[in-house]
Design a protein around this ligand. Structure first.
Ligand code: NAI
Ligand code: A1CAB
Length: 263
């Protein structure tokens, strides 16, 4: 892959985040970047301004070593079809799509090798996390080269695990943010101004993330905040009796079900 172009197909929520991460870190030099997008996006314009190519003639795809598929699972076949005749046989397909299997992606891309990743949008800040699975060693190396600079990689033993990995990583920032929003609304219901409550809750989210990044076990981090017999413990007990574990399990279960459906 070294020295070959990288094609990004789709520059929406996740595609833009990936592009921003690459531009920020230099993981993919802009002169090697080809972005395919039906409409200009701030990230694609940033790539263009840095020397990347946006929607060039398709014959330029011939030198690509990797094609990152960042379109919706419902349209990937239609999006790829016009590109396939222009791609080298050894171009690796790098799918970040939820649900779509390696076998289906390979079959729909002329039998090319495929690696699947499930990143979070914090790849934009080069602080994402991404599950990775493939059965092809070269494709794995390509996936690592593209994503290790912008995400912590978690390599899975089994492709089926990607459904659960999607729930606990790709989707989970939104789950956590929804909880923090609910906390802020609960604070406002108890007399804080909504503005103050939102600022406090966002700060708490940032604080939780900063301490989590130390790598210490989550139980230890929780214990450090929860003084015995204190205020946090009272709140944690209320969360447990309110079924917080069941709520998390329901979110994961629903996301897994949907991931299986859309594949
Ligand atoms: N948003 C997220 O946090 C995550 C998304 N994903 C996956 O990433 C993929 C994209 O999701 P989002 O970015 O959320 O969707 P999105 O709808 O924001 O982006 C999809 C983009 O594809 C573009 N597109 C449509 N037809 C195209 C074509 N023929 N060629 C090139 N681009 C085309 C659209 O203009 C759009 O900007 C999905 O498969 C999803 O499962 C995976 C992990 C996280
Ligand atoms: O909501 C979705 O379908 C995508 C996949 C994981 C996160 N966002």
């Amino acid at each position: 892959m070294s020295g070959r172009d990288v094609v990004l197909v789709g520059c929406g929520r996740l595609g833009s985040a990936i592009l921003e991460g690459w531009l920020k870190t230099g993981a993919v030099p802009p002169e090697r970047l080809i972005v395919l997008t039906p409409s200009p996006k701030p990230a694609s314009e940033m790539a263009r301004a840095s020397g990347g190519r946006v929607n060039p003639p398709l014959d330029q795809l011939a030198s690509a070593g990797a094609v990152v598929i960042a379109v919706k699972p419902a349209i990937w076949r239609a999006a790829l079809a016009p590109l396939l005749p222009h791609l080298a046989p050894d171009a690796v397909m790098v799918s970040v799509m939820a649900g779509v299997s390696v076998a289906a992606t390979s079959e729909g891309s002329g039998g090319r090798a495929v690696v699947r990743l499930m990143p979070t949008t914090a790849v934009a800040q080069a602080r994402g996390v991404a599950a990775l699975w493939t059965d092809d060693a070269n494709a794995a190396a390509v996936g690592r080269a593209l994503f290790a600079p912008i995400a912590d990689l978690v390599e899975l033993a089994d492709e089926a695990d990607l459904h659960a990995a999607t729930a606990v990583s790709g989707c989970a920032p939104a789950f956590v943010q929804a909880f923090v929003l609910a906390l802020a609304e609960a604070g406002a219901a108890k007399g804080l101004s909504l503005d103050a409550s939102l600022k406090l809750a966002r700060g708490a989210l940032r604080s939780a993330a900063a301490t989590a990044e130390t790598g210490e076990p989550l139980e230890a981090l929780i214990d450090r905040v929860a003084s015995p017999g204190g205020v946090t413990r009272a709140g944690l007990d209320a969360m447990a009796s309110g079924g917080v574990s069941d709520l998390a399990a329901a979110a994961v279960e629903a996301a897994i079900r949907r991931s299986r459906e859309i594949g």
